[in-house]
Each structure stands twice: as C-alpha cells, then as structure tokens.
Design a protein around this ligand. Structure first.
Ligand SMILES: N[C@@H](CCC(=O)N[C@@H](CS)C(=O)NCC(=O)O)C(=O)O
Length: 209
C-alpha cells in the first residue's frame, strides 16, 4: 500500500497519475499548501513540499524519483521500457531533462521568494520565461521528428511528467499549446482514462480536456 501526500495540480500530479496508470491501491492525503504551518507533515517532508510517497512505511520525495521508483516496482504497467534497452536509456534521459531543466525553472517562476523577492523584477521574469520556452522548443522539435510520444510510437511514464509540466504553462505568456507537436502530445494524453480519473479525483477542471 502506498500513501501519497498531494495537492491538486502541483508536482504530486505525476505521481498520482502514475499510481492510476498502474492501477495499484493507494491512499491519498491532501496537504493544504495555503497553511504556512504544516506541522506534522514536516516529519515526512522537511521542506513541507508535495509530493511525498510513503512506501512500506518510509517517506520519499521528488516527483521524478517517485515516478522512476513506481515504474521499477510495477514493470507490468510498462511506464518504462525494459531495463538495458536503448529506449530505457532515452527514458532516463528525458526524465532527467524534465526534472533538471523545467522543474527548477518553473519552481522559480511560481515561487519568487525562492529567489529572494516577493515578486520577480521584470528582468528575472523574462529570463525564466525564456528558459522555459527554450526547453519547450527543444521538446517540440524532438516530438516533431521522433514523436508522437516522448519515446516515439508508444506512450511511457515520461509522458506523464511532460504532461504535468505542460499544464503548468497554461497561464504563462506562451502556453505549450502554441507548439504544434506539444499540443498534439497534450491532447493525446488528456484522452487517457487515467488523466480523466485524476482530474475527477482531485477536482481539476482547468486544462483538463
Ligand atoms: N523538486 C520537487 C519540487 C516540489 C515542489 O516544489 N512542490 C511544490 C508544489 S508544485 C510545493 O510543495 N510547494 C509548497 C511550498 O514550497 O511551500 C519535486 O519535483 O517533487
């Protein structure tokens, strides 16, 4: 049994989505991120962030790591290609790309206090926007030549990571739907029953379809 600590629409989405794709039983605990004092939750996650996934009584953090752990624990769900295959290597590469390139930059975009100010000065905002858009341009070009999914013809768990980050662009100056291959990927993934179920469970309507 897994226990997922989550908040709708946040970095916990990919983990929640993976659990639904796998079809394994889990318990979900909503964390109220509007509360400054997160009390006992800090014992599970010292930064007070989501996601946290408790596996066999031990708490683990970091969305990309949790996706990798789940893919490994449930090979039958085929969230990752076979270990040792060239596609598995591509899978690691893209998981690392998303979590390294987009994860921290989005974090800075949404949390100006992480960079020391309540609101970003325009220069910083523009720089973060530029970095996010450059990353999406690269992914769009990759998909246009090698898609329609991140690993080519077939869906995998790294698409779930892409979908979570794609959704975060929805209110940015250039949402990912401006890039044709990214829009195509987002549309395909939003057709999956697991996505519809996830939106229902956590009560997401914005950018759900
Ligand atoms: N690198 C972490 C980032 C987690 C993160 O930043 N979570 C945000 C929500 S998207 C959070 O918990 N924010 C509340 C806070 O920082 O107080 C991951 O990918 O899991």
């Amino acid at each position: 049994m897994y226990t997922l600590y989550y908040s709708p629409g946040t970095a916990s989405m990919v983990v929640h989505h993976a659990l639904l794709e796998i079809g394994t039983p889990y318990h979900a605990e909503r964390v109220d991120l509007s509360r400054k004092d997160r009390g006992d939750y800090l014992r599970l996650n010292p930064r007070g962030q989501v996601p946290t996934l408790v596996i066999d009584g031990k708490a683990y953090a970091e969305s990309a790591a949790l996706l990798m752990i789940l893919a490994e624990r449930h090979p039958e769900a085929r969230l990752a290609p076979v270990v040792g295959s060239p596609l598995r290597a591509d899978w690691y590469q893209w998981v690392a790309f998303f979590t390294n390139s987009l994860g921290p930059t989005y974090r800075f975009w949404f949390y100006p206090p992480d960079l020391g100010s309540p609101e970003h000065p325009e220069l910083v905002r523009d720089a973060l926007r530029h970095r996010i858009e450059a990353a999406w341009s690269l992914v769009d070009a990759h998909l246009a030549s090698n898609g329609p999914y991140m690993l080519g013809a077939d869906f995998s768990g790294v698409d779930l990571l892409a979908l979570m980050y794609m959704r975060w662009s929805r209110n940015m100056p250039t949402p990912v739907t401006a890039w044709p291959a990214l829009k195509d990927l987002a549309d395909r993934l939003r057709q999956r029953p697991s996505w519809k179920r996830l939106c229902e469970i956590v009560g997401l309507t914005e950018w759900a379809a």
